[in-house]
Design a protein around this ligand. Structure first.
Ligand code: F0G
Length: 496
């Protein structure tokens, strides 16, 4: 499927400023830092104690014990001067606040519609979509699931069916759009279950769990067409759309001369529903559901006062709504859009060149280490990606996140559901870290790669039933973490 190519002039934005000496070429920050937060790098023995006290779960580490927090890019992106200034304008009223009107104006500018329902974050939008559309025995079709999305669908008695193109699960590849749906498979699944059994089809931009991999505009529009043909609602999870738009513009010929705003508008016109976490899209807090279809919006309206708050704040603090509105305007700016993907690309290339198995091509969200390649002999049920995450914290005070078997839910009969990919992600909070800090990350990962034979597995001590990766506690098998600390001291001496 092709879409109409509009003739627009090439924009003037600086994505990679060209350096005089090519060997000096690095991604260049297009912002300056005006507020700072002191960081703490604990000595290696204390890092060992901290991770063991946290049950070998990086979610349970304390921020004071972390040097670089690369757990997520959710709600931890640096706000701009304009965002913090806007927060002072917040109109704090229970109903009918001017702040909400400013959010509607921003939505209209960015998405071309101001039919918006505010919700306190992305998963709150997912809860409302599941309540509204998913009935027992129904399916929700997706390119790939996200943890919270799947939990809401299954809670309502539905099932998630994934139709990711098979290229998406090949760890090292040069395919530019590994998040694309397999359109043939999409049609087959809709026909097999019958359209009336399909609650909705959800495309996740910047597909999180396969390494922040983008979906092409062509594929997104084709999915919307298939949904239209079968009368099934199309949903776009736009939480990671900022990065995805950068990749559309740099990897998809048709998008090169489209402005980000044209892409947002095109998608919002085609998809029945868009929702997002403003902790990612818009560098703020909060979330929202939008649709050009007023009837669809009305059909979800009643859930907002029920679960979130009144329709003009939706459980979000008004100051955050101001920051979100301003952040949405910034999500049209290629200088800001390019920061994450270019820093991630730098880190992925550095590590790839050293031989570290990385998810390729570099995606959005963060750099993802392929842990099946990092510790190939470790069985899935010793949680290789979680083990590598604890090892990297010990090696450098760097907090990453397991995105593998530990992040899955067990099957109904209690057996382990092994993840297709065992990833350890190093998320890139936007506008937060400097390039020297990212170079430090690369250095510590390289050291860990050279000492990977020391890394051992983990076993459960406390395993929660729902979203176990958040609170679960594990123990290292044997004494490999102490051995890693000894090797660190041997190689780094007195250095932190
Ligand atoms: N959809 C996607 C694609 C996400 O990445 C997230 C959150 C959500 C929905 C839920 O949004 O956190 O505001 O409730 N991802 C975070 C992460 C948690 O760290 O990747 P939320």
């Amino acid at each position: 499927m092709r879409f109409q190519l509009k003739k627009v002039q090439k924009e003037h934005y600086i994505m990679s400023v060209k350096f005089y000496k090519s060997e000096n070429q690095v991604p260049l920050e297009m912002h300056k830092v005006r507020v700072v937060q002191k960081l703490n790098l604990l000595p290696v023995d204390e890092r060992l104690r901290a991770i063991q006290k946290a049950g070998n779960n990086t979610f349970l580490l304390q921020n004071k014990d972390i040097y670089l927090d690369m757990l997520t890019d959710s709600g931890v992106n640096a706000m701009s001067d304009r965002q913090t200034a806007a927060m002072h304008l917040a109109d704090d009223s229970y109903a009918g606040s001017e702040t909400f009107n400013r959010l509607k104006t921003a939505m209209k500018e960015v998405f071309g519609t101001d039919n918006v329902l505010p919700a306190h974050q992305g998963r709150a939008c997912e809860n409302i979509l599941a309540e509204r559309f998913v009935k027992p025995g129904m399916i929700a079709i997706m390119n790939f699931h996200f943890t919270t999305t799947k939990a809401h669908v299954t809670r309502c008695g539905g099932e998630v069916v994934e139709v990711l193109h098979k290229k998406g699960l090949i760890p090292q590849s040069d395919d530019p759009f590994k998040g694309d749906m397999d359109l043939q498979e999409l049609r087959r699944v809709i026909k097999e279950y019958g359209p009336e059994k399909v609650a909705y089809v959800r495309v996740e931009a910047g597909t999180n769990l396969i390494g922040g991999q983008p979906v092409s505009l062509e594929n997104m529009l084709a999915v919307a067409d298939v949904c239209h043909e079968f009368g099934v609602p199309s949903v776009l999870d736009a939480s990671l759309l900022q990065d995805n738009i950068y990749f559309m513009k740099t990897r998809e010929a048709q998008c090169k001369y489209m402005t980000p705003k044209e892409i947002y508008h095109l998608l919002a016109g085609k998809m029945d529903i868009i929702y997002f976490s403003a902790r990612k899209l818009g560098f703020a807090r909060g979330g929202a559901i939008i649709s050009h279809n007023t009837e669809l919006i009305k059909s979800m309206m009643e859930y907002i006062p029920l679960y979130e708050g009144f329709l003009t704040y939706g459980g979000i603090d008004v100051r955050s709504i101001e920051a979100m509105a301003e952040g949405l305007y910034e999500s049209l700016d290629m200088d800001y859009l390019s920061h994450g993907p270019e820093f991630i690309n730098y880190l992925v290339n550095e590590l790839d060149a050293y031989g570290v198995p990385m998810i390729k091509p570099a995606g959005g969200l963060g750099a993802h280490i392929d842990c099946q390649g990092f510790v190939p002999d470790m069985p899935h049920d010793q949680y290789p990606a979680a083990a590598v995450a604890t090892a990297l914290y010990i090696a450098g005070g760097i907090r990453g996140m397991e995105r593998g078997t530990l992040s899955e839910q067990r099957e109904a009969d209690g057996t382990e559901r092994f993840a297709e990919l065992e990833l350890m992600r190093l998320a890139m909070p936007r506008r937060v870290y400097t390039l020297s800090q990212i170079k430090y990350v690369a250095d510590r990962v390289k050291w860990l790669w050279d000492n990977r034979q020391l890394i051992g597995g983990l076993k459960w001590v406390e395993e929660p039933q729902v979203l176990r990766f958040f609170f679960g506690r594990l123990k290292e098998i044997g004494h490999w973490q102490e051995e890693l600390v000894s090797k660190f001291k041997e190689d780094f001496g007195e250095s932190l």
